[in-house]
Design a protein around this ligand. Structure first.
Ligand SMILES: *Cc1c(COP(=O)(O)O)cnc(C)c1O
Length: 354
């Protein structure tokens, strides 16, 4: 792929080293953009100054939501090197989403090359404060000017970047989670396994309800029986029950997280028995009552590991590990972030150095 690069002549002010970055609020100087046209394929890969894009009000993405996105990060290591974490997994997952949404396939090596090229151009934007990183958001939108329901014949693939702060400003802290028993996020046969805006639009009402009640995230149950645990809003979920690590199996309605896959591999390398299977809320409640529910944590690129201290289901609240961070959660966080920041040896070969 040939990427043309046009650098800005008017660089933006970078945030001060001690400024709170938040998440996804600050753009960097440049963006990657590439067009797709039926019959021609992907073309005109370019890195240009960060700017607004112009689309017709009838552009298909606005009406029927034909779009997909990805999320990964670039880390400035303790050795000064820039690392990406398993970017080829994002490229692969992007194509799984594309296939489900009738978006044309994007060669995986082009996806990774585009991410690397853009991060290289804006490398100075990677924050170096503890726990901070450069969030990378690749996405594809349908751009045909047409109000009919059909797959678009033209698309834009865009990558934007945003310096983002440590997810937990004051260190790893347990969160409270709302098990949603009314709304559902996805059903088997639907688009739950694709990373696409529609799944998030479907999740907002429950999220608002949970927030109003003081819970930070929603844990979804299966869309048919509302009995089995699926995942959290933007995280997969793990439990440690009676010494075993358990996570819902990928069943078509769960997003196959890259952090999820990494946690499974790390836990197995430590000798834990890891079960990917159906797990019901009833099983969870029983495990908690008998004192066997030892830990619970969410996994995702943003937080890496998010310990869960409280789980609400209907009128009951289960407190897990005294609402404190469990030893496995802490060790997983230290190990995976250690690999990402180059603090410990990457025995899995997961990082890509720029
Ligand atoms: C992105 C995402 C995750 C986490 O995936 P990672 O690759 O680990 O960041 C989990 N669930 C949903 C719904 C997501 O969109």
């Amino acid at each position: 792929m040939n990427i043309s690069i046009t650098k800005t002549t008017n660089p933006m002010q970078k945030p001060a080293p001690d400024a709170p970055l938040g998440f996804g609020k600050i753009p960097t100087d440049h963006m990657f953009i590439m067009n797709y046209t039926e019959g021609k394929g992907w073309h005109d890969a370019r890195i240009i100054p960060y700017q607004n894009i112009s689309l017709a009000p009838s552009a298909m993405v606005f009406h029927y939501g034909q779009e997909m996105f990805e999320g990964l990060k670039a880390y400035k290591g303790v050795d000064g090197k820039t690392r990406l974490f398993r970017p080829e997994m994002n490229a692969k997952r992007a194509n799984a989403s594309n296939e489900r949404l009738c978006i044309p396939n994007l060669p995986e090596e082009d996806f990774v090359e585009a991410v690397k090229a853009l991060v290289k151009v804006d490398e100075d934007w990677i924050p170096t404060t503890e726990g901070a990183s450069l969030y990378i958001r690749p996405f594809i939108i349908a751009t045909d000017e047409f109000l009919g329901v059909a797959p678009s014949k033209t698309y834009l693939f865009i990558i934007i970047l945003s310096p983002s702060g440590a997810y937990y400003a004051s260190g790893l802290a347990p969160v409270g989670i709302w098990i949603e028993d009314d709304y559902v996020r996805a059903v088997k046969g639907g688009i739950g396994y694709a990373k696409t805006g529609g799944n998030y639009a479907a999740s907002l009402a429950a999220q608002v309800k949970a927030h109003d009640d003081g819970y930070s995230q929603v844990l979804w149950l299966d869309g048919v029986e509302r009995k089995y645990i699926e995942e959290v809003g933007a995280m997969n979920i793990f439990f440690k029950i009676d010494g075993k690590i358990i996570t819902p199996m990928l069943n078509g309605s769960i997003l196959p997280g890259i952090t999820r896959n990494s946690v499974i591999n790390v836990c197995k390398s430590w000798g834990y028995e890891v079960e990917e299977r159906k797990i019901s809320v009833d099983e969870l409640i029983d495990a908690q009552k008998s004192g066997k529910l030892e830990e619970c944590f969410g996994t995702g690129t943003a937080a890496v590991i998010s310990p869960v201290g409280k789980l609400r289901f209907k009128d009951d609240v289960m407190t897990i590990n005294n609402n404190e961070i469990g030893p496995v959660s802490q060790k997983l966080y230290d190990t995976i972030t250690g690999i990402q920041w180059g603090k410990c040896e990457d025995t899995f070969g997961w990082t890509v150095t720029l």
